[in-house]
Structures are given as C-alpha cells and as structure tokens.
Design a protein around this ligand. Structure first.
Ligand SMILES: NC(=O)c1ccc[n+]([C@@H]2O[C@H](COP(=O)([O-])OP(=O)(O)OC[C@H]3O[C@@H](n4cnc5c(N)ncnc54)[C@H](O)[C@@H]3O)[C@@H](O)[C@H]2O)c1
Length: 332
C-alpha cells in the first residue's frame, strides 16, 4: 500500500510505500536511472545496499560507521567532498538505507548539495520506519548538541520493506516500539489497545497506523509550531535521562521512562503493561536536580518554563507550560 504525504515544506507531496519485498523492486518506485549515491552504515547488512545498487544506472555507495556519533559535521563534509569529486549534479539523487542516523545525515546532505537534490529514504529500523523517515526533519549533531544543525527537507519518496526488520536486533526493535506506543497513547486508543491485547502483532499494520498518526501531525503542523509538539510526549524527561545514561540506554528506552512520568495514575498501569510487553524499562532511579538542570538546556525550554505533553486518558493529550522546577512534582 502507499500513503501519500501532503507537505507544505518545499511544496512536495511524497509517497510512502509500505510493502514487503518492495526493496527488490525499488526502481519501480524511485527514479534510479541516473547517478545515485547510496548512503548506509556499517551496522546495516550490506545485502540491502547491494539490492538497491543493482537497480541503479550509475551507483556509488558511501558507508559511515554505525552509531549516533557518525551524525557529525566531519561525515557531512566528507560526503559532500565525495559528491563533488564524483561530479554529482543537481539532477542526481541520494538514497539513504539505514536507521535514523543514516536518514538524518543523508537528508541534510541532500538538502544542501547544490541547494537541494532528490532524496529517497529506505528506513531499515523500526524507529525510522514509523517516525524519523517522514516529516522532513534532518540534522547532524554539532559541538556535542544533538540535531542543532539541520534543515527541513522532504524526501521524494520513502520505501518501507518490513522484511528488513528481520535482521534488526530485538532491543533496537523494541526501542522503535516505544515510539509507536508514544504515538498511540496520545492519538490512537485503538492501536494502543491492539498492542496491549495481542501477543502476536502484525507489524505492517502497526507501521501503517503509526505512520498515519505521524502523517496527520506533520501535515497539520510541518514546522513544529503547535500540534507537532505532541510527538515530544515522553521526551522532556526522556532526553534528560538519555544524557545521564551516557549511551547505556537507547533513545526509545529513555522515551519509555519519560512517558511514565507524564501520565495520570489510571493510565500508568496500562502504559506499564504495554511497555513491559516489549521489554522496555518503566522505572529508574533519577536524581531530580540533575534532571531539572538538563531540562533547562533542552530545546523545549524557554526561560524558566518548559512545555510538556501530558496524558490523562489514552488517545488524548494536553499541552502544559510549567515552571521547570515544577517538574519535581512529576518526578515522583
Ligand atoms: N528526523 C526525525 O524526525 C527523527 C525522529 C526521531 C529520531 N531521529 C533520529 O534518529 C536517530 C536514531 O535512529 P535509529 O533508532 O534508527 O538508530 P540508528 O540509525 O543508529 O540504527 C540503530 C542500529 O541499527 C543498525 N541497523 C539499521 N538497520 C538495520 C537492519 N535492518 N538490520 C540490522 N541492523 C540494522 C544500525 O547500523 C545501528 O547500529 C537519532 O539520531 C535521532 O536523532 C530523527
């Protein structure tokens, strides 16, 4: 099936193809009859880039080291150099194959090379399939700050082949589920209940439902001025926990923990049940003062206040602007 995303960013509408085995026919969906730079990372099985490479007229493959640390200025510059040296023009294209790290870096390169060239995304982690591959945000981390240099650049197409998840580590898969649970908790009770009540989930259904939530949000608010902030549910405290964990916890695991502080008591039990089904953490010992200090540095803070997303009832949410110190009341 195909979901069309209508976007005001760069006035581009783009298709998201969600189909098993579609990677084998990617040239049916994307224009690969030109010079194509495939960007992937060392943790993504090379079979995926090989399959795509075979379908390109003039392919080049660029492999970065796996991990968040690769989303940096040095790699950004090296890829641009590679493109200049190989005489890429404005009519050529980039294809990202990998998770959010590859997608974010590739999108940013595509947004700036010759003021923007075509960009296709083949996300291969659950997180990137349900979340980061759509919405047009791309960025690198600079001087130790996450995602602080970037752009809004929509892909020309996204292709999701859930077969690629078969090689993904279970822990990474579960971290992606945290983002699905996040979206369902605020915006789709039916999906939340489906996750709660079924032991065998249909991952294609889950991806489609989660993407539909994200599509509706980014179409309504492409530049994150209001509604899009709902996607930050669990992220205010989650980001602070992520910084304190020094890499020992995955982003999705921190979001899982962060959500637990941002729900009413009656929601907590259900949320805990769903998170535990996917082996996600639901409690952690935190030092409230350390969390508060980190929230003060967060992009979601302004002055002494911070915006949070709070869930009183599954399938709904409210935005609250509170004094950062008041967060101590939530950190119980
Ligand atoms: N642009 C956005 O809107 C947005 C939204 C959410 C997150 N992000 C960004 O996404 C990034 C995190 O993305 P992620 O969770 O996908 O992590 P990731 O890209 O680091 O991938 C996780 C690991 O899985 C490996 N991998 C990828 N696909 C695989 C496969 N099919 N089989 C086996 N291994 C595979 C990778 O090599 C990597 O080691 C962060 O940088 C975050 O800032 C962006």
């Amino acid at each position: 099936m195909t979901i069309d995303v209508i976007s005001k960013v760069n006035d581009i509408n783009y298709p998201i193809i969600i189909e098993r085995d579609s990677i084998n026919n990617v040239s049916n969906y994307f224009n690969l009859k030109r010079k194509v730079l495939i960007i992937t990372d060392s943790g993504v099985p090379s079979i995926y880039s090989n399959i795509v490479k075979e379908q390109c007229m003039e392919p080049f493959v660029y492999v970065i080291l796996k991990g968040e640390a690769s989303k940096n200025f040095d790699n950004y510059k090296k890829i641009l150099e590679f493109m200049v040296n190989n005489k890429f023009t404005r009519t050529d294209a980039i294809v990202a194959i990998g998770g959010g790290v590859v997608g974010d870096l590739s999108g940013f390169v595509a947004s700036s090379y010759m003021r923007g060239i075509d960009f296709y995304n083949i996300p291969t982690t659950l997180l990137s399939q349900v979340d980061s591959s759509i919405g047009g945000k791309c960025a690198i981390d600079f001087l130790g700050v996450k995602n602080n240099i970037g752009a809004f650049k929509n892909p020309n197409g996204v292709l999701i082949d859930s077969n690629t998840l078969e090689t993904l580590e279970k822990r990474e898969f579960n971290a992606g589920m945290a983002e699905v649970i996040k979206m369902s908790a605020t915006s789709n009770k039916e999906l939340f209940d489906y996750l709660k009540n079924n032991s065998n989930i249909d991952i294609d259904y889950v991806i489609k439902e989660a993407l539909t939530i994200k599509k509706n949000v980014v179409e309504a608010d492409p530049f994150e001025q209001n509604l899009r902030k709902v996607l930050n549910f669990g992220h205010t405290i989650g980001h602070a926990i992520e910084s304190l964990s020094s890499g020992s916890l995955l982003h999705g695991e921190c979001v899982a923990l962060g959500m637990m502080y941002m729900v009413d008591e009656n929601v907590k039990k259900d949320l805990e049940t769903v998170l535990k089904k996917f082996d996600l953490p639901t409690s952690i010992n935190v030092n409230k003062n350390e969390i508060i200090d980190l929230v003060k540095l967060d992009k979601k803070s302004s002055g002494s206040k911070v915006s949070i997303v709070y869930v009183k009832e599954i399938g709904s949410f409210e935005f609250r602007k509170i004094e950062i110190n008041e967060l101590k009341d939530y950190l119980k």
